[in-house]
Design a protein around this ligand. Structure first.
Ligand code: F0G
Length: 352
């Protein structure tokens, strides 16, 4: 089996006319984290979405949205993006042989994501403005021109993305107690909630998880209850001040008896570092917001010991090498091409 359109066809709007588009998205690992579980006194699992074909969860929604666009006769797609959506849209457009336009906030997307959109052949425009402003232009253009919008306002995006919730339940043979997830435009939290509900209604799982969403402190409109005009965070993927799926996310939080909270850039980077150094999992900073939130709430005594928690890690750390190099704050030692010097360096480094 390959790809979410085949694996979960029964739950998706797949018809006999839907092209069998795939880059083998989905089927990402749910990694149990033994050391961090012990440290936090929880049963912690990480849904590592960074192992999708373009390195983020967006591929699940994009394969569905692009397949439907092609089925409906569209030749051009467009999105606004903080980076991952544009990388994914560009890849699936290349695969489906259609055109792709992307609008990004100039200077605020991680290098790897820009590289991806470029090499997959998207037509890229960078605006002097933020994601929210880019999205508003894209919404208007796609409503007037024959160009398909592939941001998560396109309902097929959430359909595809809900398959991650199915995989979590399939792997755990049930639902977790808590699903922790970073929140930007709020599409993914809404998609997971939809997925859990569909599995619940089909009788595959017998309880629903609580949904815990986390925003970066400098970009936390849902936490604050009002639009943030100039969102700012090191986690550029979730640098969003006016989420498109705000209401859907509120619904998920309320009906799951969940919560939304904020984490500072320091807390995000600390969680990011712990994941890599203690569990060997390299996720991008925005992804680590889910885990940062769990650390914070556990320390505040707001999560009971022993709970089964799944943190969604939305994107691959390799997308943003600059953040890793800055956070690790260690440079390779420069040593001469000489046996004794290398051995000497090993002795000194081992003592660190
Ligand atoms: N994590 C990563 C790595 C993301 O790229 C995004 C969103 C999110 C979390 C938040 O997901 O928007 O569904 O709440 N990235 C979008 C983009 C905005 O353009 O790539 P959300």
């Amino acid at each position: 089996m390959a790809g979410i359109l085949r694996n979960y066809a029964d739950y998706l709007p797949v018809t006999k006319n839907t092209p069998g588009l795939t880059l083998h998205e989905g089927s990402t690992p749910l990694l149990f984290a033994p050391r961090l579980s012990e440290r936090l006194d929880l049963e912690l699992h990480f849904k590592y979405e960074g192992l999708n074909p373009t390195g983020s969860f967006k591929d699940r929604g994009m394969v569905m949205a692009v397949a439907k666009a092609v089925e409906e006769g569209s030749h051009t797609i467009m999105c606004a993006s903080t980076g991952n959506t544009s990388a994914s849209a560009a890849a699936y457009a290349a695969r489906a042989n259609i055109n792709c336009f992307v609008l990004i906030p100039d200077g605020h997307i991680a290098l790897g994501k820009l590289a991806q959109a470029m090499i997959y052949g998207a037509k890229i425009m960078a605006i002097k403005g933020n994601f929210d402003e880019a999205l508003s232009i894209v919404k208007e253009i796609t409503s007037k021109e024959s160009i398909t919008l592939v941001n998560s306002l396109n309902p097929y995006r959430l359909e595809g993305q809900k398959t991650a919730a199915f995989e979590v339940c399939d792997d755990l043979m049930g639902a977790p107690d808590i699903l922790a997830i970073p929140v930007g435009n709020a599409g993914n939290i809404s998609a997971y909630w939809k997925g859990f509900n569909e599995y619940y209604q089909s009788g595959v799982i017998d309880k629903l998880p609580q949904m815990f969403g986390f925003q970066a402190s400098g970009a936390a409109p849902i936490v604050r209850g009002s639009i943030v005009q100039n969102p700012e965070t090191v986690a550029t993927a979730i640098r969003i001040g006016n989420p498109a799926s705000w209401e859907k996310a509120e619904e998920a939080l309320e009906s799951s008896r969940g919560l939304i909270d904020e984490v500072t850039d320091e807390e995000i980077l600390e969680a990011y570092h712990l994941l890599a150094s203690m569990e060997g999992i390299f996720a991008e900073p925005a992804s680590a917001a889910s885990f940062a939130g769990i650390i914070k709430l556990k320390q505040q005594g707001r999560i009971e010991a022993g709970k089964k928690v799944v943190c969604v890690l939305t994107g691959n750390g390799l997308k943003d090498p600059d953040s890793a190099i800055q956070k690790a704050a260690v440079q390779p030692w420069k040593v001469n091409n000489d046996y004794d010097e290398v051995l000497n360096a090993i002795r000194q480094l081992a003592g660190d």
